[in-house]
Design a protein around this ligand. Structure first.
Ligand code: SF4
Ligand code: SF4
Length: 386
């Protein structure tokens, strides 16, 4: 999910317009998940633990375009699952580019080389390749040997064909700062930008032991950025978001900044946390109790510093305090000295566990729809025969 859009003037113009219109909450990036099926089983993944009936579902191309129109965000990130498994992915991307949406196609790259012909290079399209570290580290994170080499080969092939490519890394506990720094050196050699985000502690991820808490996250990123002084790592993030990762900003999350639409509908409240669904984007914005989410408000948000919650906060802070943003970009990220005060967890509400009930509800809906479709088909067959 590399998000280089903050560098784009058009996004800045869009934000300014929303501000002038007095809109308190507005989306910057639509997180579109047209399927949950994946060809990998990463240990930190919280997206693929569904029964087959759900993993086999797809959003149609039309549903994807309708979601983009309905939401209105200037950028669409397509994670998943693995979007390249979707049979209509070329068409989906073409339709979004035709709407002048910036499209970030997030992929583990196993199918990328084979499927490059489905796409055309465009300033509106970039591939965001999942790479969690150097070879040994990445292959371990995705639980399969050889994936790193295939991803790097696909990146080179895509670049050679004129596509814009970035990599996105999810950072977990136990990844040494020195190794992350070497990985960032490697991305510079490869000539790609990089986005990094601490992994969100998905309650359904197979490995629950290696998610970073906020204190460890800040310390780790300070160590990484200290090693990067004088280097030209090409981050696809705003300076203020990096400053936040290093513990220098006391941001609260902006969950509506990157709303998520998947096969279930519009996900409440954000891409990371599924606490119910709505049928329309309007309903999502109007019926979600936004004030009850975020670090210090809800137990499941306690350790979150993920970019989908906080990059929109950083973008908004840059818009309202441009001097602060300029100061960070001139000075660089501070890696020593006191950190910004941490949000107190004393008053957070306890976690609610509604996932199983939601999945059951969706499964019954899927079965009901399938039964209705089968009945209709039978009726049509009978009337043709008669
Ligand atoms: S590649 Fe992405 S979607 Fe697939 S298992 Fe890994 S983290 Fe999950
Ligand atoms: S802190 Fe914000 S972005 Fe993170 S899980 Fe909670 S609501 Fe979502």
């Amino acid at each position: 999910m590399a998000i280089p859009f903050f560098k784009e003037m058009r996004i800045g113009g869009y934000m300014l317009k929303q501000k002038l219109l007095g809109r308190k909450r507005y989306p910057l990036v639509l997180m579109l998940e047209p399927l949950f099926r994946c060809n990998l089983e990463c240990v930190g993944c919280g997206k693929i633990d569904y029964p087959d009936a759900i993993l086999n579902r797809r959003m149609s191309a039309q549903e994807c375009w309708d979601a983009a129109d309905e939401c209105g965000a200037p950028m669409v990130a397509i994670p998943g699952g693995e979007p390249l498994i979707h049979k209509e992915i070329g068409e989906i991307v073409r339709g979004l580019v035709a709407r002048k949406k910036f499209v970030s196609l997030c992929t583990n790259a196993l199918l990328l080389e084979k499927k490059l012909d489905l796409f055309e290079p465009s300033p509106y399209l970039f591939f965001s390749v999942h790479l969690d570290g150097l070879k040994d580290h990445h292959d371990k994170a995705v639980s399969q040997k050889g994936v790193f080499d295939r991803a790097v080969s696909a990146i080179k092939a895509a670049k050679a064909k004129g596509f814009a490519v970035n990599v996105n890394a999810t950072i977990f506990d136990g990844h040494a700062a020195e190794d992350i720094a070497k990985f960032l050196d490697f991305t510079t050699e490869l000539g790609v930008g990089v986005s990094m985000s601490p992994g969100y502690a998905y309650e359904r991820a197979p490995d629950q032991e290696h998610f970073l808490n906020r204190t460890k996250t800040k310390k780790l990123f300070r160590d990484v950025f200290a090693l990067g002084k004088g280097k030209k790592w090409n981050f696809m993030h705003s300076g203020l978001f990096l400053d936040f990762l290093a513990g220098n900003q006391d941001f609260e999350c902006t969950p509506w900044g990157m709303p998520a639409r998947n096969i279930f509908g519009w996900q409440k409240p954000c891409y990371l946390l599924g606490e119910g669904y709505t049928k329309t984007f309007k309903e999502l914005m109007e019926t979600t109790d936004w004030e009850t989410y975020g670090t210090g408000k809800y137990e499941k948000c306690a350790d979150c510093m993920a970019h989908c919650g906080y990059e929109p906060t950083a973008a908004s802070a840059a818009l309202s305090s441009p001097l602060k943003a300029l100061w960070v970009s001139l000075r660089g990220v501070k890696t020593t000295g006191p950190m910004a005060p941490e949000i107190s967890l004393d008053k957070q509400r306890p976690a609610q566990y509604i996932f199983s009930a939601e999945v059951q509800k969706r499964l019954s809906e899927i079965r009901r729809d399938e039964a209705a479709a089968a009945q209709l088909k039978e009726a049509q067959k009978a009337s043709t025969a008669a």
